[in-house]
Ligand binder design. Structure first.
Ligand code: PGA
Length: 249
């Protein structure tokens, strides 16, 4: 089955409404003749509501970069699924390597958040990926399999999941995985999903992330198991992001 190509921008702790106001109309325009391309942006929490309103009718999905594992209560500084739902946000990025390493999020915590989110009808982009050390020790597939283990044990979640393979050594470093390296891991991930459901494996989007830009996107996106990209740095620059979108058909 032909899967559409999904280009998602992860703004991290960057971007503002001025950038959004310039970028969203240009993305909308570039999507006009692209029936097989999907686009999502993950801005900061404070810009979600306004950007969701700006993106209305454009086909661009606006999603959150994180969510609390708690539904409500005394959790200062947190944002709940219900709060996101109340402003029409139904997409989430979970398990990004920066959340795993800088904020000590465990596989367990990420899985719990994912379960709650899917129960509440969210779509989750679930990130996995190995460190440089793990790659050098030939542990890539082992690490990725472990990060996916709980998720794959609950097949009912999978229809709402996009997997993003993001080798940690390629994030923000300018060092992209080669298309072959990325394809190899994507193929492995799809085969793991196929053990649970071949139908879902056929339809599931598996995105590559890690220094994707307008120059390398074409070679990555034409790999059979790479269904688009999760783009960090290059999603903050309009020309560059439009260049990535131009690499889809
Ligand atoms: P990068 O970030 O494109 O800047 O490497 C990707 C990501 O962290 O999602």
């Amino acid at each position: 089955m032909a899967r559409k190509t999904l280009v998602a921008g992860n703004w991290k702790l960057n971007g503002d409404l001025t950038l959004a106001a310039k970028m969203l109309p240009q993305i909308t325009q570039s999507l006009e003749n692209k029936q097989n391309t999907l686009c999502a942006i993950f801005p900061s929490f404070v810009h979600l509501d306004a950007m969701n309103a700006m993106a209305e009718g454009s086909g661009i999905s606006i999603g959150a970069q994180n969510v609390s594992e708690h539904q409500s209560g005394a959790f200062t500084g947190e944002v709940s699924l219900a709060m996101l739902s109340s402003i029409g946000i139904k997409h989430l990025l979970l398990g990004h390597s920066e959340r795993r390493t800088l904020f000590s999020e465990s596989d367990e915590l990420i899985f719990n958040k994912t379960c709650l989110a899917v129960e509440q009808d969210f779509n989750v982009t679930f990130c996995v990926g190995e460190t440089l050390d793990e790659r050098q020790q030939q542990q890539t597939t082992e690490v990725v399999a472990k990060q996916l283990q709980q998720l794959l044990s609950k097949p009912e979640l999978l229809a709402n999941i996009t997997i993003a393979y993001e080798p940690v050594w390629a994030i923000g470093t300018g060092q992209t995985a080669t298309p072959e390296q990325a394809q190899q891991v994507h193929h492995f991930i799809r085969a793991e999903v196929a053990k649970v459901s071949e139908t879902i494996a056929d339809t599931m989007h598996i995105l590559y992330g890690g220094s994707v830009n307008a120059k390398n996107a074409q070679a990555l996106f034409t790999q059979p198991d790479i269904d688009g990209g999760l783009v960090g740095g290059a999603s903050l620059n309009i020309e560059e992001f439009l260049g990535v979108l131009a690499c889809t058909n």
